[in-house]
Design a protein around this ligand. Structure first.
Ligand code: OAA
Ligand code: MG
Length: 646
């Protein structure tokens, strides 16, 4: 396997650094993308490397190293199947000052290269060609058998965190096997690599830390972020998930240890949305933490200082956002994840008009919840405008969902947005959000300050507002008490109750509580998964209203259309596409979300709807528009099956 690496030299096998005949300085290389095709094992006397451009051979380089790649076409475009082998070799002259090396992985190093390792699945020919003889036991097994074996091994762990660590180890050892496992067993493994276990992993990240994953950008890197991005081994980045760790799930400030979240989210971009792993970049911005426990934890991995705020914070973020655009262009999707409220809204507003940005906690949650509501109405009856909505929690998720519901109502009925908002009330830690509180409210809460007498307690708000839908986004567990759920059940034949806070410990109520306290009448969904509940001889399967339904498909739709901005109409399109995937069979079982096991098909439909909207809005740059967008989305999806190397 061959790839271009920037200065650093990863591999063994008779080639090392600039002394190797296979090491070339690309200093003189004009801006170019180069496809490097592996033609042979590096230690073979006659081996050669073919540098291709747009599938036209440019240069064959023999092992004597006499050739150079200086005459690469200055403006190539690279297409083709295995884009993992593409490397954008240069962008500007100053970036070319660093020497670039061509490296060939084989033998021992190939077994330690997670992108190309197949372990026992290397066949006899590959073992000969890639100097693997003796480095593996004689048996050759299929990827399917490897999956079976790994699943047996993971199931032996009783503790979810051990399963998580086993999965992370696999990701670092054999990437394709990791994704095959995750895709083939998505319902079982999603709670391991994602919520709830990823929450515990972040809390304990320092003590379980083994190998760094993702890119850490701290205040120490201020002024050098452009350079830091170039230390990342991949160049063709399409999605970045970035956090500053200040509000990890409902667990609060976990500082630099929030890195588990971008890693987890991006593994879902690949497994659920089919974005190539090499196109994904997890980033944690470390500006300190206000979490005293972490600051005093000897194993903490982040900066030991309190959080930078104000200008210092804004400057670092701005440098990051600019460097991303400079390095990867304007079509890279930047997903903001788990920022605290104030920064989340500000960053989205500030960069929404200049970058392709998306806040998962504001917009992704909103889109998935709206889809669940649209589906739930098929069971409960009425249109969105016929319902009344009460939220506990008025942060990113609460106000984000509320706004998208209001937008959809306004669209469906031609009602002014202001009017539509009046159907929605929010309760925060100080009680119902009402006009009399307006001066002291944060800006994102102000649109929800309606004329109403002040109410302190949630149960009183339920009885006062008489909602048909109750949504929890407070980040505080067990706040939908028996009294609250019973009040909802007294007001509604089929109360819709969504407990969205993550992880499970922060859920506003459990599935069992929702079904029991409503005597089996609630339409219930939660952010983190709950097992089915048996109540009076009936089995209830709770829905999981999790962002994971939306962001992978949304991201794929943006990427495949070459979108340059995210628009609210794309979120609505994603919601509708998701709701349309709920079948009658699902409804008959009481489900308002389709099962996760069909998620790649669901993501393809979401991607197609989002891409169609991007074209309609004139925000798509990929031309011409593919005729069948669903087929095209499926075609674009990463497939983790092993590739044959010869
Ligand atoms: O990660 C999840 O499961 C959903 C989410 O974005 C959050 O809770 O912050
Ligand atoms: Mg989040």
């Amino acid at each position: 396997m061959i790839s271009l690496h920037r200065s650093c030299f990863l591999n063994n096998a008779g080639i090392s650094g600039s002394s190797s005949p296979f090491s070339y300085k690309l200093k003189k290389l004009p801006p170019a993308s180069v496809k490097v095709t592996a033609l042979g094992p590096n230690r073979d006397r006659n081996s050669s490397v073919l540098i291709e451009n747009n599938n036209n051979p440019l240069k064959e380089i023999k092992e004597d190293g006499t050739s150079s790649v200086a005459d690469v076409d200055p403006n190539p475009t690279v297409t083709g199947e295995d884009r993992d082998l593409y490397y954008d070799a240069a962008a500007t002259d100053d970036q070319l000052v660093t020497p670039w090396s061509l490296s060939v992985a084989s033998g021992y190093s190939l077994l330690r290269d997670p992108h190309h390792n197949k372990g026992l699945a290397f066949n006899e020919k590959e073992r000969d060609s890639y100097y693997l003889r003796g480095l593996l036991p004689p048996t050759v097994i299929s990827q399917e058998l490897q999956v079976k074996k790994m699943m047996c091994s993971i199931r032996q762990y009783q503790v979810p965190l051990q399963k998580y660590m086993a999965m992370m180890d696999l990701q670092e050892l054999n990437e394709r096997l990791f994704y095959k496992l995750l895709i083939d067993n998505v319902e079982e493994l999603l709670p391991v690599v994602y919520t709830p276990t990823v929450g515990e992993a972040c809390q304990k990240y320092g003590s379980i830390f083994r190998r760094p994953q993702g890119l850490f950008i701290s205040l120490k890197e201020k002024g050098k972020i452009h350079e830091v991005l170039r230390n990342w081994p991949q160049r063709d980045i399409q999605v970045i998930v970035v956090t500053d760790g200040e509000r990890i799930l409902g667990l609060g400030d976990l500082g630099c240890q929030g890195m588990g979240i971008p890693i987890g989210k991006l593994s879902l971009y690949t497994a659920l949305g089919g974005v190539r792993p090499s196109a994904c970049l997890p980033v944690t911005i470390d500006v300190g933490t206000n979490n005293e426990q972490l600051l005093n934890d000897e194993f903490y991995i982040g900066l030991r200082r309190r959080r930078a705020t104000g200008q210092e914070y804004a400057e670092l973020m701005h440098e990051f956002m600019s460097a991303v655009k400079q390095n990867y262009g304007e079509k890279v999707l930047i997903q903001f994840e788990d920022f605290a409220n104030h920064n989340a809204f500000d960053l989205l507003a500030k960069y929404g008009t200049t970058h392709l940005v998306f806040n998962d906690d504001i917009q992704g949650t909103a889109s998935v919840v709206l889809a669940g509501l649209v589906a739930a109405l098929k069971v409960v009856g009425g249109t969105l405008a016929d319902h009344r909505f009460l939220f506990l929690g008025a942060g990113e998720a609460g106000t984000g969902i509320a706004e998208l519901i209001a937008l959809e109502i306004s669209k469906q009925t031609n009602m002014p947005l202001e009017e539509a908002r009046k159907k929605i009330s929010l309760v925060d830690s100080k009680g119902l959000i009402v006009k009399s509180r307006i001066d002291s409210l944060q800006h994102f809460k102000k649109p929800w300050a309606h004329d109403h007498e002040p109410i302190k307690k949630l149960v009183d708000a339920v009885n006062g507002i008489k909602p048909t839908v109750l949504i929890g986004t407070s980040g505080v567990g067990r706040t939908f008490t028996k009294e609250v759920v019973e009040a909802m059940a007294a007001l509604n034949e089929k109360p819709i109750i969504f407990s969205l806070s993550n992880p499970t410990s922060q859920s506003e109520c459990t599935a069992e509580e929702a079904y029991t306290w409503s005597q089996g009448r609630a339409i219930f969904a939660s952010g983190s998964p709950f097992d089915p509940v048996e109540y009076k001889g009936r089995v209830f399967v709770p829905g999981q209203a999790n962002n994971a339904y939306i962001f992978p498909g949304l991201g794929l739709g943006l990427i495949m259309s070459g979108a340059i901005r995210v628009h609210d109409d794309m979120l609505l399109a994603a919601s509708e596409a998701l709701a349309a995937q709920v079948t009658q069979e699902n409804f008959d079982k009481g489900l308002i979300y389709p099962p996760f096991r069909n998620i790649r098909k669901i993501s393809a439909h979401i991607a197609a709807s989002v891409a169609a909207k991007a074209y309609e809005l004139g925000l798509a740059t990929r031309q011409p528009q593919p005729k069948d967008l669903v087929k095209y989305a499926e075609h674009c999806m990463y497939n983790p099956a092993y590739q044959s190397y010869r």
